[in-house]
Design a protein around this ligand. Sequence first.
Ligand SMILES: [Zn+2]
Length: 481
Amino acid sequence: MGKKLAGLQPERVFHYFEEICSIPHPSYREERISNYLTTFAKEHGLEYYQDELHNVIIIKEATDGYEAAEPLILQGHMDMVCEKDADCSIDFEQDGLDLYVDGDFVTARGTTLGGDDGIAIAYALAILESGELAHPRLEFVCTVCEEVGMEGATGIDVSMLKGKRLLNLDSEEEGIFLAGCAGGCTAECVLPVTRETVKQTVMEIRVKVLLGGHSGTEIDKGRANANQLLARILMELLAKTGVQLISFEGGSKDNAIPREARLVAAVTDEESIYRILEELNAAIAREYRASDPGIQIEGISNGTENRQVLTRECTRTVASLLNALPNGIQTMSMDIPGLVETSLNLGILKLEQEELHLHYSVRSSIGSDGEYVMHKLKLITEQLGGSVSFRGRYPAWEYRKDSAFREELVRIYAEMFGTEPKVETIHAGVECGILAQKIEGLDCVSMGPDIFDIHTTSERLSISSTKRMWEYLQNIVKKTP
Ligand SMILES: [Zn+2]
């Protein structure tokens, strides 16, 4: 296979990027890329650490004259989100990606690119291999499983690090520096259900063609959640006619706003259901005309069947629980205009034979407010006879008003590009929060070159932005003593 990125500048960065893309590296399958990093360290005579999770730390001592300079931590993650088009034959466990250049972009045919966060590794290796660049002690921290709950950052031992300044290279918008993020967890609510057998008309009701999106960064777009919308439809139907649930499901990831949901139910009056659905269709179209205009609600009759259905009482309890539990934005920040402070998303809903399962992704930039939401989920679910468990908790990365490192980075940026970067905090998780809990007094900033449509098969990395950020990164490294 010939080199697809040959000739692109910066040459060494794209050299490493292409190597990374040729090594399979989905979440939980980082062993090969992890070994690639340790081989790199050995070949360059660098100190390195690899743990049983496959996290890797590579250390390069300061060059002459920089011995007294404060060490600099560079950080990124090894794993990538693996999405592919229906007609793409790539096996993410075995195959490299099919890269190509399209104008100013590097992209992968039919799959995600993994520029998130392969570009961080490519930058770090290009810096670590350099014999010319003057620098303080460099500590490169490369984690696993960032995309599936930041388990690598949670488990990593960082006791050998000497740096108190960390540059995270896992942001995707040039000119925007991240300086804080939300913390969160996944909540799973379980409600036992009881069934009986009835012979009645069975109908399927679907909501579909919603826009969906990321439950953190797109929760403020006012889009409908298919699970929540269908729960509301169930409630409206119960108010006017007889319905007993058979099945109900929607969504596949707790951190994605679900785009489709469907339920099957035994009904007493098919005609009135069609009429109610028609009214709801019109109402929903009006409510979401600006934020989610394509929503479709449809009912399909399956004829008369003998089925195991939830009891009337139990169907009402399910509808009550789903409609009483909070969902979506809970609070907006009063410090930072436009920033969502606390939210939750009912990402996965599944009614099984004996239990209803709900998965929520809870996020908050204020620890106590996030806990308030968790307590509400617990109280309401328990009151209706269910139970709640929380897992994958990660801390918020709280914005520091005074950050000497950030000020330095802003100054270097302004000198180079003639304009100041925007400093923002986001309503999604980055690893800085976890690392800041492990390293006392850690001063972090997150940045990176332009990457568009991450986590989708349209993901593409800007070549010109990669070059500008490379020059900037070298200046950060050089100018730090
Ligand atoms: Zn990432």
